[in-house]
Design a protein around this ligand. Structure first.
Ligand SMILES: [Zn+2]
Ligand SMILES: [Zn+2]
Ligand SMILES: [Zn+2]
Ligand SMILES: [Zn+2]
Length: 502
């Protein structure tokens, strides 16, 4: 059954389409085409068009109503006042600015174009970035999530297709094993199928009950922190490498007038997360090697000549292997969940000549595309879920997506209250079980009390200390976590490395 709250407006031309002899289809102003036709027929159409241009292309523009004052900046005197009542539609339209293509294709397209230009400028210069960046070593890295359970997969050993999007190569059997076993839930733990790229089971677990939903959703949440530590580890690796090669640190005068010595190289990055079919994210990242200007630590300057693209790749691969930590404690997982990268790491050298394996334009376009995608690949998209709507999507015994949403909702729920709440606001709708959990997690910050997540901006994150401030995950500090990098992270002797292919 469907219900509508729309009030039908009286038709302006009641005669049209009323008889069986009239061939003209009726124009319904409540349809998009009908209202566009009606709008275009009005005398103030050009003025209206100019008025709404600010939100042109936006699917769901925001309507602003009220008065606009023009104030003299020097005297504070009000020069004029305009009210939206006198404007076309009695409102000002503002584009929604949403960057998800599913929500607003128009605004997402704008964001994508901005992101492309900024990312490309980070590689070839422009938009305030010096042209000399085109000579900095740069790589394009893809980092993956680890496994959280066996899923149906399409693996092609050697592609012979020309277009990977329309791959028709013969894949390997999905999960071939000689010992045709069953899991503890008596479901087959093998799959001999050679899946087509469009196969709906791709990304689905062989057994839903075996799959580690909690671990996966926590991993997604912590992926930003994992990235931050990985970049830090890669920079430390490069700093040690510079030291062994006799490249000097750079003295910087701090704001308090003291001299601080910084490593001579650092990494700038731009990245995008891509949802895989199984619901875990991949990171695609551009990493550029920069030097340090002692006179202006924020300036983008070339790195010292002794550090190359191969070293940058080594640093990333080492960091990805070494960085491991545990999340903060959680009532459902005392000791926290272990967080590491998956085994698949791809690092490609970026060429600006157009002859290498990936060019600046390809990389910027690829990242900008993912910057406007959300969970489409998983087959699920929804607006913000709340207590009233989550029941339509979450189910601990449902399909793969329903179980993922259930895990998010269950684990992300409040696990503690502030002391003040105990005194004056005990009736906050918590169940006994949640109250019980408080004992163990008094220092976990309640979800509602956490600072709002910074809206990501396209382009490169600033190098140096500011970089760590940009992409921080919405989680309490990892106070229970062990050191982020094992001390074994030392630069290996420099060996020529072939550029990876494929
Ligand atoms: Zn929009
Ligand atoms: Zn399969
Ligand atoms: Zn192929
Ligand atoms: Zn099972």
């Amino acid at each position: 059954m469907t219900a509508s709250t729309l009030t039908p407006a009286p038709r302006p031309h009641p005669g049209r389409g009323a008889t069986a002899y009239d061939e003209t289809a009726p124009i319904h102003t409540y349809t998009a085409a009908g209202s566009a036709l009606q709008r275009a027929g009005t005398t103030d159409y050009p003025a209206w068009l100019t008025h709404v241009r600010a939100a042109a292309g936006c699917t769901r523009p925001i309507r602003l109503v009220g008065a606009i004052d023009t104030i003299d900046g020097a005297t504070g005197e009000r020069l004029s006042r305009a009210h939206t009542v006198g404007m076309p539609d009695a409102a000002i339209y503002k584009a929604c600015g949403n960057r998800r293509a599913r929500v607003c294709p128009g605004c997402a397209g704008t964001y994508q174009a901005d992101a492309y230009q900024l990312l490309r400028a980070g590689l070839v210069g422009g938009k305030g970035v010096p042209d000399t960046v085109s000579r900095h070593p740069a790589v394009f890295a893809t980092l993956t999530a680890p496994g959280f359970g066996t899923v149906h997969a399409r693996t092609v050993r050697k592609h012979t297709c020309t277009n990977r999007r329309r791959c028709d190569c013969r894949p390997e059997p999905c999960h071939a094993r000689r010992d045709t076993g069953l899991c503890e839930h008596h479901r087959p733990a093998v799959c001999w199928a050679r899946h087509e790229p469009t196969d709906a089971v791709l990304g689905q677990p062989l057994c839903l009950d075996c799959y580690q939903y909690d671990h996966q959703v926590v991993w997604n949440l912590m992926a930003g922190e994992l990235w931050r530590r990985t970049k830090q580890a890669a920079e430390r690796f490069l700093a040690r490498l510079a030291k062994t090669r006799g490249i000097r640190t750079v003295p910087i005068v701090t704001s308090t007038g003291k001299i601080r010595r910084l490593p001579p190289v650092r990494i700038s990055h731009g990245k995008a997360a891509e949802f895989q079919a199984r619901g875990a994210v991949h990171f695609h990242a551009l990493l550029r090697l920069d030097g340090v200007n002692p006179a202006d630590p924020t300036a983008v300057v070339p790195p010292p000549a002794g550090i190359t693209t191969v070293d940058l790749e080594d640093a990333i691969r080492h960091a990805v292997e070494q960085v491991a930590f545990h999340t903060p404690e959680h009532p459902d997982m005392p000791g926290g969940w272990p967080i590491t990268w998956g085994e698949q790491v791809d690092v490609r050298h970026i060429s600006l000549t157009g002859r290498g394996e990936v060019t600046d334009g390809m990389v910027a376009g690829y990242l900008a595309k993912y910057a406007t995608k959300s969970t489409e690949a998983t087959g699920h998209t929804s607006t913000r879920l709340d207590a009233d709507t989550v029941g339509h999507h979450a189910d601990p015994d449902g399909d793969h997506t329903a179980r993922l949403i259930d895990a998010c909702w269950r684990l992300g729920g409040p696990t503690s209250t502030r002391e003040a709440d105990d005194d004056n606001d005990s009736d906050d709708g918590q169940t006994d079980e949640q109250e019980h959990h408080e004992d163990h997690t008094a220092d976990v910050i309640r979800l509602a009390d956490r600072p709002p997540l910074q809206r990501p901006k396209p382009g490169f994150y600033a190098p140096g200390p500011a970089a760590s401030a940009a992409p921080t995950p919405d989680m309490p500090p990892a106070h229970t976590a062990p050191p982020s990098v094992k001390p074994a992270l030392t630069p290996k002797p420099r060996t020529p490395r072939a550029v990876p292919s494929g």
